[in-house]
Design a protein around this ligand. Structure first.
Ligand SMILES: Cc1cc2nc3c(=O)[nH]c(=O)nc-3n(C[C@H](O)[C@H](O)[C@H](O)COP(=O)(O)O)c2cc1C
Length: 355
C-alpha cells in the first residue's frame, strides 16, 4: 500500500511509526533521535530518566528533571529539530513537574498513560505541544475525550490505543488479557469511529495509533487499513544498536523464547509483561528486599511492595539481569538479531509498501 505521512496537527512524520517510550533508560536521546532521523517519531521515556546522574540516589526528582531536559536537548540537536516526544506515566510522582520540564525544553509531543491523563490539558495550556493519551479500551477513550471536552474545551491531538501484547505495564487485568487480544482490532476500529464526533466538533484530525504486538510492516499495513493513522512500536526498537539499554539487555531479547515470557505483578498494581528470569523467580518467592524507596510511582506502597520497580528496572537496563526486571512485548521471541534503526525502518517501510 501507499504510505501516507503521519500528521499530528502541523507535525508531519514521513513514516507512520512512533517508537514507544521505554523506561527505565531504554529509550533516551540516542534511540529517540535515531528513530526520528529514520523517518519516524522518537519518544524519550521520563521514567527515572536521571538514573545515571551523580545525585540520583539522594535527589532523584531533581536529577530526573535535569536529565529529562538534557536528553530532550540532545535528541532535538541530533535530529535537526525533528519531532521528538516524551512519555510520562500518569502514575509518576511529580507528574506536573515532568510535564513542565518537557514543555520548557521544547518537546513536540507528550504521550501519557498508566492512568488517565485528566490534568494534562491544564498543565500544557497555552503551549505549543501536542497531547496524546494512551488508552486500552473504547470505554477509556470515551471517558478521556469527554473529560477534556467538558473541562478543557479541547480534544487530544492523537490517541494511542495500546493492546494486551504490549511490553511494560498493561492496562488490563491478568484474566482479561486473552479476551482483549481477540477484540483488539475491533477496539482500534471503534475508537477510529468514536473520535469522528470530536474531529468534527474541533475541526481537526485526531490520528489513532495502534500499539502492542505490532512487529512487521504487514502488521502496520493491517492497522492502517483498519483506519489507524499509524502505529507505536517498542519491543523491536530494543534490538537496535542505537537503543539506550545495555548490550546484555538487548541480547536477552535475542535469546528470548515464547516460553520465557510471562505476566508479572508490578508494584504499580498493574500486570506487566517481562522475561521470566531469576529475578522474577525471586520476587515470586518473596526473596527480594526493598532497600530504599525512590518515591517513583504514586500507587506503590514501599511497606508491602514485593520489590522496588525502580531498582529492578535500573539493574536490568545496566545489564545486571539476574537482579533486574526485563520488560518486553509478547513478540519478543520473534527477534533474532540486533540491527540498526535505519535498517529496521527501511525494512518496515518496504513491507508496508508490499502489502
Ligand atoms: C522495555 C519496555 C519499557 C516500557 N516502558 C514504558 C513506559 O515507561 N511508559 C509507557 O507508557 N509504556 C512503556 N512501554 C510500552 C511501550 O511504549 C509500547 O507502547 C508497547 O510496548 C508497544 O508494544 P510492542 O512492544 O509490542 O511494540 C514499555 C515497553 C517496553 C518493551
Amino acid at each position: 500500500m501507499d504510505i501516507k505521512p503521519l500528521r499530528i496537527g502541523n507535525l508531519v512524520s514521513r513514516l507512520p511509526i512512533i517508537q514507544g517510550g521505554m523506561g527505565v533508560g531504554v529509550s533516551l536521546s540516542k534511540l529517540a533521535s535515531a528513530v526520528t532521523n529514520a523517518g519516524g517519531i522518537g519518544i524519550i521515556s521520563s521514567a527515572q530518566v536521571g538514573f545515571k546522574e551523580d545525585d540520583f540516589e539522594t535527589n532523584s526528582l531533581e536529577a530526573n528533571l535535569r536529565a529529562l531536559k538534557k536528553h530532550i536537548k540532545i535528541a532535538k540537536e541530533k535530529c535537526n529539530n525533528g519531532i521528538i516526544g516524551v512519555n510520562v506515566m500518569v502514575a509518576t510522582n511529580g507528574y506536573a513537574e515532568y510535564i513542565k520540564a518537557a514543555i520548557e525544553s521544547g518537546i513536540d509531543l507528550i504521550i501519557s498513560g498508566a492512568g488517565m491523563p485528566t490534568m494534562l490539558p491544564k498543565l500544557a495550556k497555552g503551549y505549543d505541544v501536542k497531547l496524546a493519551p494512551i488508552v486500552s479500551s473504547l470505554k477509556a477513550a470515551k471517558v478521556i475525550l469527554k473529560l477534556w471536552d467538558k473541562h478543557d474545551n479541547i480534544a487530544p491531538d492523537m490517541i494511542v490505543v495500546e493492546g494486551p501484547k504490549a511490553g511494560g505495564h498493561l492496562g488490563f487485568k491478568k484474566d482479561a488479557i486473552e479476551e482483549a487480544n481477540e477484540s483488539f482490532d475491533d477496539t482500534v476500529k471503534d475508537i477510529v469511529d468514536h473520535v469522528k464526533e470530536y474531529e468534527e466538533k474541533y475541526s481537526k484530525k485526531i490520528p489513532v495509533i495502534a500499539a502492542g504486538g505490532v512487529f512487521t510492516g504487514e502488521d502496520i499495513a493491517k492497522y492502517l487499513k483498519l483506519g489507524a493513522s499509524g502505529v507505536q512500536m517498542a519491543t523491536r526498537f530494543v534490538a537496535t544498536e542505537e537503543c539506550d539499554a545495555s548490550q546484555a539487555f538487548k541480547e536477552a531479547y535475542v535469546k528470548a523464547t515464547p516460553n520465557s515470557v510471562g505476566i508479572v505483578k508490578s508494584p504499580v498494581g498493574m500486570p506487566g509483561r517481562a522475561i521470566l528470569n531469576p529475578f522474577v523467580d525471586k520476587t515470586l518467592k518473596g526473596n527480594v528486599k526493598v532497600e530504599k524507596c525512590y518515591n517513583c510511582l504514586i500507587p506503590c506502597n514501599p511497606a508491602n511492595t514485593p520489590y522496588c520497580i525502580t531498582q529492578a528496572l535500573i539493574n536490568s537496563v545496566k545489564g545486571d539481569l539476574d537482579n533486574g526486571l526485563i520488560f518486553c512485548g509478547e513478540n519478543v521471541s520473534r527477534i533474532k538479531e540486533i540491527t540498526t534503526v535505519k535498517d529496521l525502518m527501511n525494512k518496515l517501510q518496504s513491507e508496508i509498501e508490499a502489502n
